[in-house]
Design a protein around this ligand. Structure first.
Ligand code: AMP
Length: 186
């Protein structure tokens, strides 16, 4: 089963992706984690993306799409993908469809965690203290939210017309969000 967890920054995508990984023995595909890893290892990609990431801007589609390709064509991960933070642009959504179709896969469920701006700001401020992420600074949080509204919202409109799209109130407690997801899957 392949699943997309969709939503604004701070919606709880990563947390729910991890819950699903435990339930289904699937693999979490967090492009954010993959990109942070490139920075940590100081790779060529890491050097290219560090400024964008710290600024709350998106990394170029070309770079993210390339990272994704390896995973989609990994036979061990086939039909076991939980996407967290990808796709974020229409170009990425089309790329994902294209790669999945080439590898004989599809998206089975899209879960949209809907959370309003004020809750997001509060959550990410808390996360900053816990995880010390450099892009959880107040100013960067607002930039990331604006980027989401400008660039990712059209992806939401595109997905919301699909049959396998499910909107969930992302302001609920983590456990209640997960229960909703499980109800839909079962
Ligand atoms: P995340 O961990 O998903 O919140 O992502 C953190 C940051 O990584 C984002 O603010 C972007 O700078 C970058 N990023 C993660 N996923 C993508 C993506 N699919 N497309 C472009 N940039 C991304």
């Amino acid at each position: 089963m392949n699943i997309i967890i969709f939503g604004p920054p701070g919606a709880g995508k990563g947390t729910q992706a991890k819950n699903l990984v435990n339930k289904l023995a699937n693999f979490q595909v967090s492009t954010g984690d993959m990109l942070r890893d490139e920075i940590r290892k100081d790779t060529e990609i890491g050097k290219k993306i560090i400024n964008n990431m710290n600024d709350g801007k998106f990394v170029d589609d070309e770079i993210v799409n390339k990272l994704l390709e390896r995973i989609i064509f990994d036979p061990e991960k086939k039909n076991k993908l939980i996407f967290d933070g990808y796709p974020r642009t229409i170009n990425q959504a089309k790329n994902l469809e294209n790669l999945l179709s080439k590898s004989n896969q599809k998206i089975d469920y899209i879960f949209f965690l809907n959370v309003n701006k004020n809750s997001i700001i509060k959550r990410l401020e808390k996360r900053k203290i816990l995880e010390k992420r450099s892009d959880d600074e107040a100013e960067t949080i607002l930039k990331r939210y604006d980027t989401y509204m400008d660039i990712t919202k059209p992806v939401l409109e595109y997905y919301s017309k699909k049959k396998n799209f499910h909107e969930i109130d992302g302001s609920m407690e983590i456990i209640n969000i997960y229960q909703k997801i499980e109800e839909i899957l079962d």
